[in-house]
Design a protein around this ligand. Structure first.
Ligand code: CA
Length: 234
C-alpha cells in the first residue's frame, strides 16, 4: 500500500510504555502514527497534520483529555476528526461525559490490540461512509454484509439469520457489552415478545459456528451484564 494512503493516527498519551505498545500495534496493522504527550501538543499536531483519527487519553498532564476533546470540536480544521477516548475509568457517568464532549467512541484500559483496531476501523468506516461499509472485521473474523457471508481464518462460517444479525451487531460495536434485553430489542425488535433466555440459545449457536474446534472464543460472557465481542482473556 502507498504509505500516504495509510490512515494517520494521532496518539495522545503521556505514558511512554503505552505509546511504544500502541505505535507497534498500530503500525503493524497498517496505520501511520504521530504522538503527542500532552493536550497542548495534541491541539497543535491535530491542526497541523489533520489526522484521520485521534486516540485521546483521558488522564493527561496540564489539560484533561475531555478539555482537549472539546477544543478539537471547536477548531475549524479539527472538528470533523473522529476521536476515540481512552480511559482508565469504567463508570457509566464518565463514558457519557466523554461521549457528550464530542468523542465518537471510548475504550477502557486495559484493552486488547484486536479490540482497539476493530473499534478504530469501525469509527473510520463511519467517518468515511461507502468506503468499506460492506465488510466488517474483528481479528480473524470477516463479515461480508453484501454477500451475506462470514469467514474465520479463511473458512466459511454458516450462520442462521438470527445469529447473523447478532454477529453483525457485535461487529458494528466491538468490545461493548450488551444486555440480553438490549440484544432482544436490537436483533428481534421491540414488538416481539421473546424470553431473555432465548438470547443465550442463539449466543450458544453463534459461538459453536464461529469458534469451530480450536479457535479462540470471541464472544465474552459478562456475568450479570450480558455479552460482548471481545478477545480479552480475563
Ligand atoms: Ca495518561
Amino acid at each position: 500500500m502507498n504509505p500516504a494512503l495509510k490512515p494517520l493516527i494521532l496518539i495522545v498519551e503521556d505514558e511512554a510504555d503505552l505509546v511504544t505498545l500502541l505505535r507497534y500495534n498500530l503500525e503493524k496493522e497498517g496505520f501511520r502514527t504521530v504522538v503527542a504527550g500532552d493536550g497542548e501538543e495534541a491541539l497543535l499536531l491535530a491542526t497541523e497534520r489533520v489526522p484521520n483519527l485521534i486516540l485521546l487519553d483521558w488522564m493527561l498532564p496540564l489539560m484533561s483529555g475531555l478539555e482537549v476533546c472539546r477544543q478539537l470540536r471547536r477548531g475549524a480544521k479539527t472538528r470533523d476528526i473522529p476521536i476515540i477516548m481512552v480511559t482508565a475509568r469504567g463508570e457509566e457517568a464518565d463514558r457519557v461525559r466523554g461521549l457528550n464532549s464530542g468523542a465518537d467512541d471510548y475504550i477502557t484500559k486495559p484493552f486488547s490490540p484486536t479490540e482497539l483496531t476493530a473499534r478504530m476501523r469501525a469509527v473510520l468506516r463511519r467517518a468515511a461512509p461507502g468506503t468499506s461499509d460492506e465488510l466488517l472485521q474483528f481479528g480473524d473474523v470477516v463479515m461480508d454484509l453484501a454477500g451475506h457471508r462470514v469467514r474465520r481464518q479463511g473458512r466459511d462460517v454458516h450462520l442462521g439469520p438470527t445469529e447473523f444479525r447478532l454477529l453483525r451487531h457485535f461487529m458494528q460495536h466491538p468490545g461493548r457489552v450488551f444486555s440480553r434485553e438490549q440484544l432482544l430489542d436490537i436483533v428481534w425488535g421491540h414488538d416481539v415478545y421473546v424470553e431473555p433466555r432465548t438470547v443465550d440459545v442463539h449466543i450458544r449457536r453463534l459461538r459453536k459456528a464461529l469458534n469451530g474446534d480450536t479457535e479462540a472464543d470471541v464472544i465474552r460472557t459478562v456475568r450479570s451484564a450480558g455479552y460482548a465481542l471481545d478477545s480479552r482473556v480475563d
